[in-house]
Design a protein around this ligand. Sequence first.
Ligand code: SAM
Length: 648
Amino acid sequence: MRVTWRDHSPHSEAFDDIYFNPLHGKEESLYVFWQGNLLNEKLAGNVQTVFTIAETGFGTGLNFLCTAQSFIGQSKEAQCLHFISVEKYPLALTDLAKSHTCWPEFKSLSDQLIQQYPPSTPGVYTLAFLEGRIKLTLIIGDAASGFSQLSAMVDAWYLDGFAPSKNPEMWSDALFQQMARLSHKGTTFATFTAAGAVRRGLQAVGFEVEKRKGFGQKRERLVGRYLQDNIPEPTVTPWFDLPSQARPEQVVISGAGLAGCTTAWALAQRGIKVTVLDAADKPAQGGSGNPQGALYTKLSVKPTLQSELHLCASHFSLNLLRQLDPEQTFWSECEVVQIATDDAERTRQQALINEAAYPQEIVEDGSKDTLSKLTQQTVTHDGLIMKLAGWVSPADFCRALLNHPCIDYVPDSQLTELTYQDGMWIVQTAAQKTYHTSTVILCQAEATSQFVQTQHLPLKPIRGQVSIIPASVTNQKLNQVICGDGYISPPFRDHYCFGATFELKSTSLEITDSGHDTNLHNLAKVLPDLAADFEKSKHLLTGRVSFRCSTPDYLPIVGPAPDPETTLERFAPLRKDRKWKFSNVSASHLPGLYVNCGHGSKGLVTTPLCGEYLAALICAEPLPMRKPIHDALNPSRFLIKNLIRKQI
Ligand code: SAM
């Protein structure tokens, strides 16, 4: 959104309105929204751990900064704040930063916000402050439609947004209906406006509304509360309904790769004790064990659910890495250059640039000359420059995640049997240890489907061999990740790592010369000079083989484990009619059992956000993804597809 500046405060030309009161912005925010929602009283009398506020119109983030600062001053240590805000026309980062210069008292929070500020592309982005005690979920999109895809229970509403007379589209009945859907009995709202249409709209959906004295010269404003008990509405896809469980004290996770470690960390950050079991003697010994992996989003020409997931997830991964390893000792934030090695790929890339669905802060076109200059290499094809990207050492990442006081990591502990008895899971390991727990999360890549409860999951391992060579064999130094038919990262611990092969049929763990030849051949297509240097020292090549865990639709499988038998029974009418309208039928799950697998070669991108999603789901917090995305990851989807295709 373009803004103009009037005495250090931003003004919207499109709406001919101000973002905040230029003289008393902070005082007005606290008076209208914090006090209007009686937040001091609510926090003092509240024992719940997570307090949720939702706002229309994030704008400069002033309301968020004021609220976060007041929350820090007023809350007890066990209380957390989840602030959700929806913004249709996000401010450019430079404008947001400039507006914050008016409030030096918020410098620390503002710096964290600026560092984590998301791209302006539609999606749901989660930012963490104060080691996760304060979360900000920024929904880039329209208020009514953004809230319609949100799963959350809101305690207080901030109705901001430009004045109803200047922005009538936002203050719609559709927005008020979503507010009612996301409220519980006692949820409050506050707004600066006293417009009659807003008052009537809120009353019509069940809010009690009162007029109060406005701030400064303003005559009136509105406050109120939701009076009804909220009953969840039936959905058209009941098989994707999510279970709710009591917040567990302790969780067992099987698998210490990226999926298991990120999920464990997200739960541990919420104060939950997590036991992480793994068959191997060290973390990250499977698909997450290569020395380096690229972190970037392979964008589709037009946005899809997958590209949105990848974009929001890349943003989340980078923020998590910045938090865990600010010095970038085991990762690096750098561009990823995606070189088009054939005409079809270049045509696709040009279509993507022409479509202009993604801003330059995410992707830029690069001619071979631009790319040669950027990489200081001879690049013989055009390509894309991907921002919001980098490389990571996944095993170091896993170790850093496991290094948490609430996580007990137990190596050499292969999970052999999983049984459910008297409301508890009994988890047995090959080392003859038994764990009793309400909640189990299986994060074992393709081995996730080895249990009777999960054998319906269609997981397929795909072999990949990477090649590793001492960096001293060449005088050339890469500073970016370069992708073509494979990828190569900048040197790490004095070695280059490049590859990987993609072998659908082989299950061999052996490192092969033909695998090295494939990797060298693919490298030569994008960086011929570097490949020639490596070729000369071929005898020094070593490598590593692992298996990507892939799924038929190339999306991860993340969520509650369905009860396969009951699911097939309940939804059997889909065999006859795929549009069957179910009434009073809900999804059936195995209580307390979750899965997180199928991340393919994109685990660095997708696992951190998926771990956060599972932790939020298990703790009944606002979910960090919009519903169509978590539906697309839902482990029930294959059972349902097979029913519709009459294959079961
Ligand atoms: N709360 C903001 C702050 O603390 O700086 C100020 C909000 S400003 C007055 C109004 C915001 O609402 C603008 O950023 C505008 O882009 C946003 N907005 C307007 N219409 C919207 C809509 N339909 N959905 C979501 N956001 C909208």
